[in-house]
Ligand binder design. Structure first.
Ligand code: PHE
Length: 337
């Protein structure tokens, strides 16, 4: 076989094996066999070049270089292809740009609620739930709110007119406070009790930057043999500090709620000069009448309860100035959390 034919044959065989190499290890073996500096077939061919006649030399020499270049280029190209694993695996090129899709996220209030449950969970409070559509017994009566109390005024509550919902059960309303859950839990369990309940409450109100007719409260209830007001304040302080930071202070102002005695309004402040106290909710020692209504003995057990505004905390932490942003569903707002 003349030299040109040998070079042709070499090229054909090398290109076929390069194309057939399944991975980079196999490809490297092909490279050594054909182009290897010591035992490669090209080395042998190079040795044979000396046999060419003077007339043949330029043609054979050129062919030799072309073949060498072609095989080297094919090796490089195959190497690049094999280094993209997905392409080798099944023709799927994972390096191609994909179709981006929008990933949603949890609403800032839901994130806040999760965090509240987390913090209170560390203090031993488990989460309880109650219905948003309530009867008057749980929303008022069991909470020591008598029939003639102004809090029961239909103008201050969302009473339901739907007959099928109210039939046989007396009037129903959207709960105006999460304190209803205190009753529902105490009806079911004996002390010691340590629960929170976070959820929506509804009150007719003129909507503005700080008022909404639907908002969220976190109710807390702890009942035991020697539960005191000092513990109430400690729990509230630890909670506020866990959520906002170490420099939060809690202040009690005397107040009145039918279901607690004594009762307080709870204010908080970041010990920053100039920042005013912010009211965050109400609290107090569970009224003996409430304990009796659920069958507890007020002489043997005592308890504290509190109700905090969830939006207040969230707004304070993130510097949100308008409560309506929570329900406007503006992604420019929601994306920031
Ligand atoms: N339920 C009261 C409110 O909505 C807050 C509160 C809860 C007060 C528990 C005392 C005890 O304003």
């Amino acid at each position: 076989m003349d030299l040109i034919s040998q070079l042709d044959e070499f090229e054909r065989a090398a290109l076929a094996e390069i194309a057939g190499a399944a991975d980079s290890t196999a490809l490297e073996a092909v490279r050594v066999r054909y182009l290897g500096a010591r035992q490669g077939r090209l080395k042998d061919l190079q040795g044979s070049l000396g046999q060419a006649t003077k007339a043949e030399k330029p043609v054979v020499g050129k062919r030799f270089n072309d073949v060498k270049n072609a095989v080297t280029a094919a090796l490089d190209e195959r190497k690049r292809t094999l280094s993209r694993p997905a392409v080798a695996a099944g023709g799927l090129d994972v390096t191609l740009p994909g179709t981006p899709f929008e990933v949603g996220r949890r609403h800032p209030l839901m994130q806040t609620i999760d965090e509240f449950k987390d913090i209170m969970g560390r203090f031993g409070f488990t989460a309880a739930d109650g219905p948003e559509i309530e009867d008057e017994y749980h929303n008022f009566e069991a909470l020591n709110i008598p029939l003639d109390h102004p809090a029961r005024d239909p103008l201050d509550n969302f009473y339901l007119a739907t007959a099928s919902l109210t039939a046989g059960t007396g009037p129903r309303l959207l709960r105006s406070q999460t304190s209803t859950v205190q009753i529902r839990v105490m009806e079911q369990q004996r002390p010691p009790i340590r629960i929170i309940s976070v959820g929506r409450v509804y009150r007719p109100d003129t909507i503005d930057a700080t008022h909404s007719c639907m908002f969220h409260q976190m109710e807390g209830l702890m009942v035991g043999e020697t539960v005191t007001m000092a513990e109430l304040k400690t729990v509230l302080r630890l909670f506020a500090r866990a959520y906002l930071g170490h420099d939060v202070h809690i202040r009690f102002r005397p107040s009145f709620f039918p279901f607690t005695e004594p009762s307080v309004e709870v204010d908080m402040s970041w010990n920053e000069p100039g920042k005013p106290w912010l009211e965050i909710g109400g609290a107090g020692m569970v009224d003996p009448n409430v304990l009796s209504a659920v069958g507890y003995d007020p002489d043997r057990v005592s308890g504290f309860a509190f109700g905090l505004g969830v939006e207040r905390f969230c707004m304070r932490r993130y510097g949100i100035r308008d409560i309506r942003l929570f329900t406007n569903n503006d992604v420019r707002f929601l994306r920031q959390f």
